[in-house]
Design a protein around this ligand. Structure first.
Ligand SMILES: [Zn+2]
Length: 117
């Protein structure tokens, strides 16, 4: 999963997407914007949240597999093949919900006011 790039809107209205730590010089009015001025902790907070969403999703899959596989082996080893199908079904149903959560988190990302250099 990629971290969303920072969106810079220049005073003149020009818009650019820049990674954190990069500089951008507006082509229209020559102002330079330095994204290093953005508090790195706040930006990291966003990245941390996005990573957590991915880890939680992976964790749930591991827990389900870790519970069902031993259970299936005890009851009927043939059932082991049902586990990946079940995980796939959960991914299909929970995936859109999960993606919406991530999109909402990205949409609610903080905004910063920068001064041109
Ligand atoms: Zn500009």
């Amino acid at each position: 999963m990629r971290v969303p790039p920072l969106k810079i809107t220049c005073d003149c209205g020009e818009v650019a997407s820049v990674r954190h730590g990069e500089r951008w010089t507006c082509e229209r009015c020559d102002r330079t914007w330095n994204t290093e001025k953005i508090p790195v902790e706040e930006y990291r907070g966003l990245m941390r949240d996005l990573r957590r969403y991915r880890l939680v999703a992976a964790g749930i899959a591991v827990v389900i597999a870790g519970t069902l596989i031993p259970l299936a082996l005890l009851v009927n080893p043939g059932l082991v093949f049902v586990v990946p199908i079940l995980l796939g079904a959960i991914a299909i149903f929970a995936g859109p919900y999960w993606k919406r959560k991530i999109r909402e988190r990205v949409a609610n990302r903080p905004r910063w006011e920068l001064d041109p250099e």
